[in-house]
Design a protein around this ligand. Sequence first.
Ligand SMILES: *Cc1c(COP(=O)(O)O)cnc(C)c1O
Length: 467
Amino acid sequence: MKLLFEKSVAGRRCALLPKCDVEAVDLPKALLRENPPALPELSEVDLARHYTELNHRVHGVNCGFYPLGSCTMKYNPRIDEDMAALPGFAGIHPLAPKETVRGCMEVFDTARKYLCEITGMDDMTFQPAAGAHGEFTGVLLIKQYHKTRGDEKRTKIIVPDSAHGTNPATAAMCGYEVVNIPSAPDGCVDLEALKGVLGDDTAGLMLTNPNTVGIFDENILEITRLVHEAGGLCYYDGANLNAVMGIVRPGDMGFDCIHMNLHKTFATPHGGGGPGAGAVGCKAFLKQFLPASKLMQGGDRIQVRSFMGNFLVVVRALTYLLTLGREGIPEAAENAVLNANYLMQKIKGTFEPAFDRICMHEFVLDLSEYKKETGVSALDVAKALIDYGMHPPTMYFPMIVHEALMLEPTETESKETLDWAAEVFREVYARGKTDPAYLHDAPHHAQIGRPDEVRASRNPVLRYTKP
Ligand SMILES: *Cc1c(COP(=O)(O)O)cnc(C)c1O
């Protein structure tokens, strides 16, 4: 496929700029370019076809099943996009006078009220632009809390090995020493291990719940009690809140602070780098440390992003909350859990679950036995699924399971789709037993087969150079 630059023909245009309705000014010479930018020149139809062709080459939720564990690639209702596109929302300027954006401020306030209610928190910021950014903000609250109390000896954050990888990264970014603790055989936090590392140097615990093997930790109340007893605070990674929203509240489990991924659970499509929102909620005693926009709200609090954050993501979240309502939110959570358990039961008997127990919104398959038997790896299976028009599950994550495939069907898939997916897994399983070579070479019908991922990440080619 040719690039836009290669399709360019001098003089072609597709934009009709409106007539200038303000007085023209001569810019100072220092601000002018010497040469015009080398932009591609195309007609509108060629541009439309270019992007449509690109669109056909990628797999999205609108194309088919996308069980990428931990990422919640669910279908987002169109009405959420419609609301975010309303000119009164999409067209505002961050420096518009407050009295002209009252409606937008109400969107923030209402979304904050509902999300605090769902999480059991007292206040919330929408500044962070992603989940990891939310974690960073939340752990800064914890840090600020200890610092304000003069409790400077707390230098460690405890992170269970079933946490999302961003958790230890966040704690390290915030200047903490990361203390890893193992999981018990049932996939939950090992309480004895936790007790062993708690002390007066504990700043807090970061817990992903449900954790990365899709399990809700049954000892959650005991865990938060122990951490508090040691003087630490409890951080809840609620990126995947779709498993529990409307059913249980992290605030009631004893957590002091949480982030949610509005771009996973609350109807903003994601992938490709955003925009997203990692809303951070906290209990009242941490409220004073929440970030604020210096320009808009004044004060000397931290600011983690410009202005108020990605506003339109909040518009989508509020629309989603209002359309689902008090009954719909827990129903979505129930369906997320039901779908995951249904698919796990249908696949079981071929590929085996790493933890054979009721899961939450996702589950992990352990292919290590299968690999020993056939030589077919989790990667081979993932690649083979592409030929069926299915996005592969998350691979080799979490690291505590060997040859892991992690599936999250999400709440928006139908029984028919799940039945089809289970059938595909059975077919791939059987093929691997009789014809492993076929799977080693998979995919056979995709545009790209097996790119050199290490090279792509070490030497990314991000700039077009004329051949
Ligand atoms: C996705 C995810 C994150 C990170 O969110 P980003 O928006 O990608 O930064 C953190 N924790 C969990 C459990 C997640 O699933």
